[in-house]
Design a protein around this ligand. Structure first.
Ligand code: GEK
Length: 245
């Protein structure tokens, strides 16, 4: 990834009405800055993907990065893979995000190629995989379709394969929910976002990013046929899980 990151000012000016958030060209251009300043622990989660890839990716298998955005998780997996004949399939349904991803990806030939694919992850076939990453993406899939996605991932995993599921979560306890949201907003303020930016972005995401509780995620993983799911990371209302079949 390049270090030259244009600043996210998308919600800096007052808007008469705030429309629903979309992953368009404006978002794609500022995405590295946006996600780094908005998602607590994003860098830590990315930094652990090579560690997980080196441990779990098996020779001759595919790795999937579902909702790949600019491909940061794909590049992280690529760094960690130690086995031959693997391929990373980086999938996103935003052409604008993929066009930007193509600019960011290293053009040098790597042992493990990354293939960018424009598709809805709800429809995409998942086969012969030892590592699937859903890094802050399932939260954008309509809740009714989430179980089907997880079942197809489970069916496509080879024995010993893993799913890394990172999500923004909600809390059933209303006090805990308000405290966690407040801490997330404090994190955004500390990273230079103003009150207007925070509130306009929140409105834009309201019908688009639908968080669920950790218990809902664990129950769904169980229903989808994963035998184990471990919480390995949490920072405020952002978590990451490793699930095995
Ligand atoms: C990272 N994983 O940097 N099918 C395919 N892509 C989708 C779908 C869908 N149904 N819905 C949303 N997306 C990345 C960050 S961002 C998270 C992921 C965020 C895509 C959407 O176009 C966007 O690129 C990505 O999922 C979510 O590790 O912005 O908070």
């Amino acid at each position: 990834m390049t270090t030259d990151q244009p600043r996210d000012l998308i919600y800096a000016e007052p808007r008469e009405s705030v429309s629903s958030f979309v992953f368009d060209e404006d978002v794609a251009r500022v995405f590295p800055d946006m996600i780094r300043r908005s998602v607590p622990g994003y860098a830590t989660v990315l930094n652990m993907l090579p560690v997980l890839a080196s441990r779990y990716v098996q020779p001759g298998t595919h790795c999937y990065d579902l909702g790949c955005s600019l491909g940061a998780a794909s590049v992280a997996m690529q760094k960690g893979i130690r086995t031959p004949d693997c391929r990373i399939l980086a999938i996103d349904n935003s052409l604008e995000m993929l066009a930007e991803a193509a600019k960011h990806l290293n053009e040098e030939v790597q042992d493990t190629p990354i293939q960018l694919i424009c598709a809805d992850l709800v429809d995409v076939g998942i086969q012969n995989t030892s590592m699937v990453v859903l890094n802050f993406t399932l939260q954008f899939v309509p809740p009714k379709q989430r179980l089907g996605v997880l079942q197809r991932i489970r069916d496509g995993l080879v024995p010993g394969g893993i799913l890394v599921l990172s999500e923004k979560i909600s809390f059933s306890d209303s006090v805990q929910e308000s405290m966690q949201i407040e801490m997330h907003h404090a994190f955004k303020r500390a990273n230079g976002y103003g009150e207007l930016e925070i509130s306009q972005k929140r409105s834009a995401l309201e019908q688009v990013l639908i968080p669920e509780t950790l218990e809902q995620h664990l129950q769904r993983l169980d229903r989808a046929g994963f035998s184990h799911a471990d919480l390995w990371f949490q920072c405020f209302n952002f978590v990451s899980l490793v699930a095995r079949k």
